[in-house]
Design a protein around this ligand. Structure first.
Ligand code: FE
Ligand code: CA
Length: 525
């Protein structure tokens, strides 16, 4: 472990002394073993049902999926479990009454992972619904429903998925989720800001428990508070999810090892990052490939739906250089053009280009966090671009767009969150030239509820939408985006919930856009 971390200290430019201090902090943490069946007990004495956080599934493949649960009789206070790992039985069936169990087994809920359970089931049939549940002692979990992806060589007629992001618990209710549950979806994608790390504040609609998150216990309790929201928990129960994080799962607008606040030492920040990443892993239906290694966690990966669509999931936070031109809104100048600045990191960038180059799918979606289109928010005086987004890393942004341009048949569609409003953007090779070719399409989804009730007029964004010719649509409602993908067309419906300040909002479609295979850019319907 020390060798690996020392290697990383060079990679991140942290000095050796800081790293030794960091290591001594880390060494206090027991090593997590996935093979701890021997020491696990068949604990049975539950006073209350330990499945308070429900069940979830994710990262579907053509022959399997990840099943998730967590034993937590007292979820808001550290879980309420004894200090021992516990054996959990799981079952997968084709029928909801479990009359035809096709796979079953025993898995460990390790004490080191807060008694979370991740089962990577394989041997399932492609492209069909399954039901699953967990047993521990005399207790049984709710029955989850999940779906495998089509065979890798199949060309499905269609697939449907929804994507969302940014669900600040204090800002409102997750009113999009009950409507998502009514849709005939194969998959749900979450693009980050699943939790927010800030301290509980008075006078909000709902209140975060505790102060600003720092310890592993803090992050666990916060994830529990969010997952206890029944609309969110129920949507996990009904569909497989594909998740990635943005900044707030850890710390606002962080870049790699750099805090947005001054005076935070890298080793302090690394320990906090380790806590945040571990809790994220614990609460999400992720594969073993994402198993956290100290303050590192590999979240970039691909998820393929036959030859129809390939989802390339990105992590634009963990490996990025510190905002090269500083944070905030600035003109495109100076260090924005730093040749060494990177938003993906070299390894992830090579991976995604290789993944795209090797893809045999009609459509290639990039499920990622921050806006790629360089939207100028200036008012005619000084130009203003958001330095925390792809425009702040202009060399990385151009390299990816050039890559799209150099390959035919990629049909790239960028799925974006973070900014809490809807945008539809044609991504031109050179955004300053309205005759430059459109090489990709960007669908930016609004927040689930961050920012409170939407639909209001935001003058800065209205102006930006009007002044940037490649912006095809802008809308400030809350909600989610529902996509229907066929070999010919990609249809995106921007679903809007008029209010989030109380539960039970209706939903309407604020905009519908069509992308044709072989022709980047959108047409409104
Ligand atoms: Fe957000
Ligand atoms: Ca964000």
């Amino acid at each position: 472990m020390a060798n690996q971390l020392n290697m990383d200290s060079r990679r991140y430019g942290v000095d050796r002394r800081s790293f030794l201090r960091y290591l001594s902090a880390v060494s206090a943490i027991p090593l997590i073993s996935l093979r701890s069946e021997a020491s696990a007990s068949s604990y049975t004495k539950f006073k209350t049902n330990p499945f308070t956080l429900g069940v979830a599934s994710g990262d579907p493949s053509s022959d399997g999926v990840v099943l998730w649960t967590r034993l937590a009789p007292d979820p808001l206070n550290g879980g309420g479990m004894p200090n021992t790992s516990v054996l959990v039985r799981w079952e997968v069936a084709g029928q909801e009454d479990f009359s035809d169990v096709v796979r079953s087994g025993v898995s460990v809920a390790p004490v080191q992972l807060g008694h979370s359970v991740h089962v990577e089931v394989d041997g399932l049939d492609a492209d069909r619904w399954y039901f699953y549940r967990f047993h521990v002692g005399d207790e049984t979990s709710p029955v989850g429903r999940t779906r495998t992806a089509p065979d890798v060589n199949a060309m499905p007629d269609r697939m449907k998925f929804a994507f969302t992001s940014c669900q600040h618990y204090e800002h409102g209710y997750f009113n999009g989720y009950p409507h998502m549950q009514q849709e005939d979806l194969d998959l749900i994608i979450h693009l980050g800001d699943y939790i927010y790390e800030g301290a509980g504040r008075d006078g909000q609609l709902r209140k975060h428990i505790g102060g600003e998150l720092n310890s592993l216990a803090d992050y666990r309790n916060r994830h529990s508070q969010y997952r206890l929201d029944q609309s969110l928990q129920e949507t996990h129960r009904q569909f497989p999810w594909l998740v990635t994080w943005d900044d707030h799962e850890f710390d606002n607008n962080y870049a790699n090892l750099v805090s947005e606040e001054d005076g935070v030492s890298p080793e302090e920040f690394l320990v906090r990052r380790m806590n945040a990443y571990q809790a994220y892993y614990e609460f999400m239906p992720l594969r073993r490939s994402a198993f956290p290694q100290g303050p590192h966690m590999t979240l970039y990966r691909a998820c393929r739906f036959g030859r129809l669509v390939n989802f390339h999931v990105l992590d634009t936070r963990q490996y990025r250089s510190d905002q090269p031109n500083g944070d905030g809104l600035k003109p495109m100048e100076g260090k924005v053009f730093d040749q060494h600045a990177t938003i993906l990191g070299d390894r992830q960038e090579s991976w995604v280009m290789g993944s795209l180059a090797g893809s045999t799918s009609v459509w290639n979606a990039l499920a990622q966090q921050v806006m790629m289109a360089p939207v100028n928010r200036g008012d005619g005086g000084q130009d203003k671009y958001k330095m925390d987004q792809w425009p702040g890393y202009d060399v990385s942004r151009r390299r990816l767009l050039n890559f799209f341009h150099s390959r035919t048949g990629l049909n790239p569609v960028i799925l974006t969150g973070d900014i809490h409003v809807n945008w539809v953007n044609d991504l031109r090779l050179d955004f300053t030239d309205s005759t430059s070719p459109v090489v990709a399409t960007e669908l930016v989804g609004t927040s689930m509820c961050s920012g409170g009730n939407g639909g209001n007029i935001i003058p800065e964004f209205e102006r930006a939408a009007a002044n940037n010719e490649f912006v095809r649509w802008y809308d400030s409602n809350r909600g989610y985006v529902s996509c229907e993908v066929t070999p010919q067309n990609w249809t995106a419906r921007f679903r809007a919930t008029p209010f989030v300040d109380k539960p039970g909002s209706p939903v309407f479609t604020a905009g519908t856009f069509l992308i044709e295979a072989g022709r980047a850019g959108v047409h409104s319907v």
